[in-house]
Design a protein around this ligand. Structure first.
Ligand SMILES: [Zn+2]
Length: 90
C-alpha cells in the first residue's frame, strides 16, 4: 500500500491506494478496491447477509454492485449536466 492513485471499483472515484478498502463479499475480484463511502455499503452488506448461503450472497451482491455502479454513472451524468448548465448561465 502506498500513495498510488487508484479508482474505486464501485463508484469510479479516485483515491490513494492506502485509503482503499476490501470489497468482499460485494465484489468477488480480490484485485478490486473501494473508496470509504462505498465501503459503508460493503459493511452493511456483510451484516445483512450474515448467515446467508453462498448462492444467495452472490446473487444479492451482484444486484447491489450493479445498482451502485449504475447509480454512480447516473449521478456523474447529472452532476456534469448541472455544471454545464451553471457555466451556460454565467
Ligand atoms: Zn466508491
Amino acid at each position: 500500500m502506498n500513495d498510488k492513485i487508484i479508482t474505486c471499483a464501485l463508484c469510479g472515484s479516485k483515491m490513494k491506494e492506502w485509503e482503499s478498502n476490501n470489497p468482499q463479499p460485494l465484489l468477488e475480484d480480490f484485485n478490486d478496491r473501494v473508496c470509504r463511502d462505498c465501503n459503508d455499503y460493503v459493511t452493511a452488506t456483510r451484516f445483512i447477509l450474515r448467515g446467508a448461503d453462498v448462492e444467495t450472497t452472490r446473487h444479492i451482491c451482484d444486484v447491489i454492485a450493479n445498482v451502485m455502479r449504475m447509480a454512480s454513472g447516473l449521478k456523474r451524468g447529472r452532476e456534469s449536466w448541472m455544471m454545464n448548465k451553471l457555466e451556460e448561465e454565467e
